[in-house]
Ligand binder design. Structure first.
Ligand code: FAD
Ligand code: EPU
Length: 338
């Protein structure tokens, strides 16, 4: 246990100053059960953080904060696949690198996404044409209320675009302790995402290996996205809006917008494009700014607090709504109080 109050500015990639009442660094499941029990006994809320790359931490986080640092990866052959089980505290990108290095394919498009394995199912991480749910088999999670463990299969998780039962239906109830994915020894590159295809063409890799796909993804990401080590950010700050197909067609025709296919025949608009069209690219409001190379990303240019980032997000949302009648939804979770 770390003595209170604890500064969490190094525990979130936006680099926001935030103080926790109590922090526990969790290195095994028994310690997690004990922390959940302690929070229950004290009637205090419990907040779990992995890499802090998809949260906006307000000035104070009441109750207990658990930093997931459990480790361990195992492999079990299963027919043509290999089932890879990783502890929640493993770094996601380390898992991608490790599996590629061992000739296990399927995670290459998800290279360089910050954060921990245990958070990956929360919003069903996705990038460059692949989502976690495409490789997902099951996970184990602890019920915060009882301390008991339960296995979730893919249907139980109710995965959607940047969504799952853990983000929408039962937020905060379950702490994910390990995740199992099915990877393949046979390469099956997914390379139809426009930016990825372009990068592969530029590199002259017509039939890329999985390692080359990961390399191309990393190059695109490094070019477009700010590195949290130097520029505080939480990746995309908004989800791409999903609207009924007819609304998508009408907006596309009226404003010359890009529309992609969403789930169940819906239309997915590009939030970056809507924000760009409102002239926000590169603009700032105090210590918060819209990233110049990808306007979906809000950055901390120095000494921002949660209220600065959220204030800028509100201005952007209001402008997009005024101009296009489209509601932007935040992607990161806002935690705590000011
Ligand atoms: P945290 O920020 O620590 O937590 C996020 C949420 O999950 C919180 O609500 C937290 O309470 C909960 N949580 C964390 N761990 C657990 C657990 N073990 N059990 C239960 N709940 C838990 N996301 C994408 O999908 N695609 C991208 O391409 C992408 N690119 C990004 C690029 C950058 C530069 C950045 C900064 C972020 C990007 N993200 C992307 C967002 C983020 O990296 C992912 O959502 C990631 O999975 C978050 O992991 P984390 O460990 O940092 O989660
Ligand atoms: N665009 C602009 N202006 C810009 C930049 C982009 O108009 O300055 C438009 C272009 O039309 C471009 C389109 O936005 O083609 C899409 O851009 P990009 O390929 O970067 O994808 P995105 O939809 O903006 C999503 C995810 C990212 C993920 C990439 C790659 C969401 C909210 N974001 O971004 O995920 O890495 O696709 O798959 O779905 C994250 O969730 O944190 C994240 C970074």
């Amino acid at each position: 246990m770390i003595a209170p109050p604890v500064d969490l500015s190094g525990a979130n990639t936006l680099g926001l100053p935030s103080r926790a009442d109590v922090v526990r660094v969790i290195t095994d499941t028994a310690a997690l059960a004990a922390a959940a029990e302690a929070a229950r006994a004290a009637g205090q809320p419990l907040t779990v953080l992995g890499g802090g790359s998809n949260v906006v931490l307000r000035d104070r986080i009441p109750g207990l904060v658990c930093l997931m640092r459990t480790r361990g990866v195992s492999e079990t052959p299963s027919g043509d696949s290999v089932l890879v089980t990783a502890a929640a505290g493993e770094r996601w990108h380390d898992l991608v690198r490790r599996t590629l290095g061992r000739g296990l394919y399927g995670l290459e498009n998800l290279a360089l996404i910050p954060g921990a394995v245990g958070a990956a199912p929360i919003q069903n991480i996705g990038a460059y044409g692949v989502e976690l749910s495409d490789r997902f088999v099951s996970l184990r999670a602890m019920d915060v209320d009882s301390g008991s463990l339960r296995t979730f299969d893919r249907a139980d998780c109710r995965f959607g675009y940047r969504d799952s039962v853990f983000k929408s239906g039962e937020q905060g109830r379950w702490i994910i302790v390990e995740v199992t994915l099915a990877l393949s020894r046979r390469p099956a590159p997914v390379i139809d995402y426009p930016d990825l295809l372009l990068e592969l063409e530029r590199l002259g890799w017509q039939a890329p290996s999985p390692v080359q796909v990961a390399e191309a993804v990393i190059r695109v990401r490094r070019r477009k996205l700010p590195d949290p080590r130097w520029t505080g950010n939480a990746g995309s700050f908004f989800k791409n809006p999903v609207v009924p197909a007819d609304v998508g067609r009408r907006l596309a025709a009226a404003h010359d917008l890009t529309v992609r296919a969403g789930e169940g025949g819906a239309a997915k608009l590009s939030a970056a494009q809507l924000i760009d069209r409102c002239g926000w690219k590169g603009r700032s409001a105090g210590p918060a700014a819209v990233w110049s190379r990808q306007p979906l990303v809000l950055v901390n240019t120095g000494a921002a607090r949660a209220r600065d980032i959220l204030g800028l997000a509100e201005q952007v949302r209001a402008d997009v709504h005024r101009r296009f009648g489209v509601e932007l939804e935040l992607e990161p979770r806002v935690i705590g109080q000011d």
